[in-house]
Design a protein around this ligand. Structure first.
Ligand SMILES: Nc1ncnc2c1ncn2[C@@H]1O[C@H](COP(=O)(O)OP(=O)(O)O)[C@@H](O)[C@H]1O
Ligand SMILES: [Mg+2]
Length: 373
């Protein structure tokens, strides 16, 4: 019997389209002898579709990856609930059961612990980070305090609440510009793919940038803008994670202010992801070590991509962020970095599913009450 992997994709976040592309790549590369993929789409509006309707959202070349059985009926989001008390759930007989969930969802309601919580309650093993790591990795303010605690070097930053900005914008702008200076980078605390991110050169631009970021989140983070190279590293594993060889976004047209959403995903041809990154062996070792430290700092499991800034003015290596469900499209860094480290995407997916099962089994060992002891 093949292991049924429910590939959950799409979703309500601004990264819906990237998720669809990531899911298509997972479905294309998953070992079909061992695994039976079941497509589970979530629409922009948040509706969960049946497997049969879900394939309509996927590119045509992966439509034949699914068996008729996998497409028939509804899927059931129910696993072994004996350890969390949800004993009254029973799958209905029309349902397609899944053994493992692979939430290939980026951003809000996908990478932030919410879907992970749902899968926990359903008692299903799932690929990737758990609730805590997902939400800590998503919130740039919480993430930065964990990194600081772990001794990881970062750029200068400050943060603010939307509410405080709306109540007294001048006070907030004054404080931030004194703490950070110009040019500054402004971002919503909980988003990804550069959505709502902008650069500010002066007070007026700072105000506009905060206003923009505050439309996406109640928390906004402001950083010193750096001249740097963008280096990334893939992490794979649970309690003893491994780091891939690092890769680098090499930008051709340097006049572009930064890698925005279109630059990264639309294939403008303006940037190229190079593996391995052109850094010394010593620096590569440091990047890999820091990636594992970052992964452990958020209590990661399964996978993550850790992003760095290598300052071009003073050579300092700083950690920028961790992404707990990195892009997995055919143009994405994560699969490319593992391929460059000698691990094919098919092998990465195989390991991810095994790691999900391993983590679920480990979790099931935990006692939930004193009585059980
Ligand atoms: N402090 C900074 N200085 C210069 N460029 C930055 C800075 N922070 C972010 N950027 C640019 O903006 C992009 C998006 O920011 P990032 O922190 O990675 O947020 P996201 O979660 O949206 O990916 C980065 O890849 C980089 O190109
Ligand atoms: Mg980023």
């Amino acid at each position: 019997m093949r292991i049924r992997v429910g590939v959950i994709f799409g979703g309500r976040s601004g990264e819906h389209e990237v998720s669809v592309r990531s899911a298509a790549a997972v479905i294309e590369n998953i070992n079909k002898e061992k695994y039976e993929p079941v497509p589970i789409a979530i629409t922009h509006g948040g509706a969960w579709l049946s497997p049969r309707s879900s394939i309509e959202l996927l590119p045509e070349h992966v439509h034949n990856a699914f068996s008729t059985e996998a497409l028939d009926g509804d899927f059931a989001l129910i696993g072994d609930t004996s350890y969390n008390g949800l004993t009254s759930l029973e799958p209905d007989t029309e349902s397609v059961g899944i053994d493992v969930a692979f939430p290939v969802l980026h951003g809000t309601f996908g990478e932030d612990g919410t879907i992970q919580g749902l899968l926990e309650m359903a008692g299903l093993p799932y690929v990737g980070c758990g609730v805590l790591a997902s939400s800590c990795g998503m919130d740039k303010v919480v993430m930065k305090s964990l990194f600081q605690k772990a001794g990881l070097p970062q750029c200068k930053y400050a943060w603010l609440l939307r509410r405080d900005f709306e109540t007294d914008p001048d006070a907030v702008i004054g404080r931030i510009s004194t703490e950070i200076g110009f040019p500054a980078f402004v971002k919503p605390a909980n988003l990804g793919s550069s959505v709502g991110v902008s650069r500010a050169e002066n007070l007026d631009e700072l105000s506009a940038a905060i206003e923009l970021a505050a439309r996406f989140d109640r928390k906004v983070i402001v950083e010193e803008a750096l001249k740097m190279r963008e280096i990334e590293c893939g992490v794979l594993g649970n309690d003893e994670p491994l780091a891939s060889r690092p890769g680098e976004y090499v930008i051709r047209d340097k006049s572009k202010a930064f890698l925005d959403y279109t630059e990264k995903y639309a294939g403008t041809g303006n940037n190229e992801f190079v593996v391995p990154a052109a850094v010394s062996a010593e620096l590569e070792a440091k990047i890999r070590e820091m990636s594992i430290t970052a992964f452990k700092a958020i209590d990661g499991s399964g996978l993550a991509r850790v992003d760095f800034f290598l300052r071009t003015d003073n050579g300092m290596l700083l950690i920028n962020e961790i992404n707990t469900m990195p892009g997995l499209t055919d143009a994405s860094g994560y699969p490319k970095m593992w391929a460059g480290s000698g691990v094919s995407f098919t092998e990465v997916i195989d390991q991810l599913v095994s790691l999900a099962i391993e983590r679920h089994a480990d979790r099931s060992r935990n006692l939930t009450s004193l009585q059980a002891a």
